[in-house]
Structure formats: C-alpha cells, structure tokens
Design a binder for this molecule. Structure first.
Ligand SMILES: C[S@@+](CC[C@H](N)C(=O)[O-])C[C@H]1O[C@@H](n2cnc3c(N)ncnc32)[C@H](O)[C@@H]1O
Length: 192
C-alpha cells in the first residue's frame, strides 16, 4: 500500500481502538528493542523506558515518514531498510521485539520468525498485534477467497494467516493470546 495513503486509511481505525493495541504492544518494549515493519512510524511515540529502538521496514517511502515521526527521539530511534526474513543484526542483540499489523504482509513469515528468534536474547519478549484467520470455518473460507485480490491491492497483506500457530511452531513460548473483535485480531505475548 502506498505510504501516502496508509496514514489517512488507518487513522479512523487508530481512533476506534488500534491506538490502544499499539500501546499494549509497545508496553513490552524494554532495553534494546526491535520493531519489525515499522511502516510510517505510528508506534514510535508510544515507546517508554527503552534504551533504544531499532526499527526496520523494506519500504523506503514509509521509512521516510517514520523518520519524521521520531519527535526529538532521534538519538534512541534508528531506522533501517530491511526485511524481517534477513535481519541485519547480530544474534541475541535485543531484549524485546515488537510488531503491529506486519506479519500479514511478510513474504515468508516462518523465516522471519526464525530471524526474530535469532536476534532476541534468551528470555526476550515478542509482542505482536495482528489480524489473523478466524476460527469460524465459513468466515475463514471467505478470508481465503478474499485474500488473493486483497494481497494485490494491499501490499501482500494476507487476510487468512494463522500467525499464532506460526509463532508456536517457531519455538516461542506463547504466554498469552488476547482475542480482539471476535478473534479477527489477536495480541500475542511470547518469549524466546
Ligand atoms: C499494514 S503495514 C503496518 C505498518 C505499521 N506496523 C503499523 O502498525 O502501522 C505493514 C508493513 O509491513 C511491512 N512489510 C512488508 N513486508 C515486510 C517484510 N518482509 N519485513 C518487514 N516488514 C515488511 C510493509 O512495508 C508495511 O510497512
């Protein structure tokens, strides 16, 4: 999705709840934190009590917007153009990894989760907010049907991804899953 369109499209969703989920996700940030798929930087102002935030995204136009959103916190926030599948960081270099509405768009989410696990310290926190495949079989089937056209329109966004299952398969210990809007969105709190 074009970076210029993203902010006006997401703004009403942020007003009606997504901002609170951003706050919940970023509350797990501590020490050296990594944000995956920072996009236009809508989470940056929510970080508190961190030593640093390294944020990555493959989209240069989104990163330029995120750069402008550092709000005087340029010393602790660094931005890099990178994909989650190939993180340009050393093993065990982060205390926490945060992501919101990102794993739906990642080309190879299993590989990205292996990378997240590699760069997280043992015991480090992974906290994500994602829209996911619903449990209701009929609605899930509808998500399957809508996903191909939606991916083409919305930057590879999959409506039908079971991100919680992928996180478990990647070897994280899932501490809590919060179901939001009937399970259409989830908040996942996991540790390496
Ligand atoms: C729906 S936007 C969410 C942006 C931001 N996290 C938010 O909550 O507003 C999805 C983001 O995932 C990024 N993305 C797509 N593929 C990615 C990948 N392989 N690795 C990391 N980020 C990716 C996109 O560039 C986009 O910025």
């Amino acid at each position: 999705m074009l970076a210029t369109l993203y902010d006006p499209i997401i703004a009403p969703f942020d007003r009606f709840g997504v901002r609170r989920w951003r706050q919940w996700a970023t509350r797990a940030a501590c020490g050296r934190t990594l944000e995956i798929g920072v996009g236009t930087g809508l989470n940056l102002r929510h970080y508190r009590a961190v030593e640093s935030v390294a944020a990555i995204d493959p989209d240069a136009a989104s990163l330029a917007r995120a750069f402008a959103r550092r709000n005087g916190r340029g010393e602790i926030v660094s931005l890099s153009q990178a994909r989650a599948e190939d993180l340009p960081f050393a093993d065990a270099s982060f205390d926490a990894v945060i992501g919101t509405l990102t794993f739906c768009s990642i080309g190879d989410p299993a590989r990205a989760l292996r990378e997240v696990r590699r760069v997280l310290k043992p015991g480090g926190a992974l906290r994500l907010v994602e829209h996911v495949r619903v449990k209701n079989r009929l609605l899930a089937r509808l998500q399957d049907i809508l996903t191909p056209p939606w991916r083409a329109l919305a930057g590879n966004c999959h409506l039908n991804r079971d991100t919680a299952q992928l996180i478990g398969q990647a070897g994280f210990r899932v501490r809590a899953v919060r179901r939001l809007i009937g399970g259409l969105f989830i908040g996942i709190d996991a540790v390496r």
